[in-house]
Design a protein around this ligand. Sequence first.
Ligand SMILES: [Zn+2]
Length: 208
Amino acid sequence: MNNDDTIVAAGRGLALPMAAGEFAVIENIHGTQVVDAWAVSQADPYEYSAMEHTRSVNSSIFLEKGMAAVSIHRRPMLTMVEDSSPGRHDTLLCPCNAPLYKELRCDGYHRSCTDNFHEALETVGVALPFTPASLNLFMNVPVLADGSVDRQPPASRAGDTVVLRAEMDLLLVLSACPQDITPINGADRTPQDVGVRIVDAWPPGSAR
Ligand SMILES: [Zn+2]
């Protein structure tokens, strides 16, 4: 972990402003933590990362190194320029949410990536009346030949890092997924902290 890292606390969310050309270095400190991610345009919050267009533009159900998550207007928002993980980043499944935890028989309130998204945006004065689909970093959801989706613990390891370049001025919203009932965040079902830092060059020290 880098000393400059901001911590996305286990089970919590964070919104980070990024200028076009800046890089977000996201580190899976403990190895198997899923990070739900969104981009929201600073100029117009109704332009946000859209997984349906991202799959269409990339002809892929996973976001891989070299691919961009695009907006609802199919403009690049975040390009994955580095990935030390085995490269499984789900675009299919929804961010976890209150009805889902009710289905899992949680009594009372359970934190969710959906609530983290809206709470994080609120801290920077932005509100959206809906929840866009999330880019699920490190989330390992293989699609089988019969069309069914499996849900596996992440294949990433402690210290695995993805680097995303902002292609416009945007808010990067991250949620260290609070799911602790299924093993989607690892077999120990314990949400963990994630590290993130915004840098203006990648690799470090290179010219912009
Ligand atoms: Zn979640």
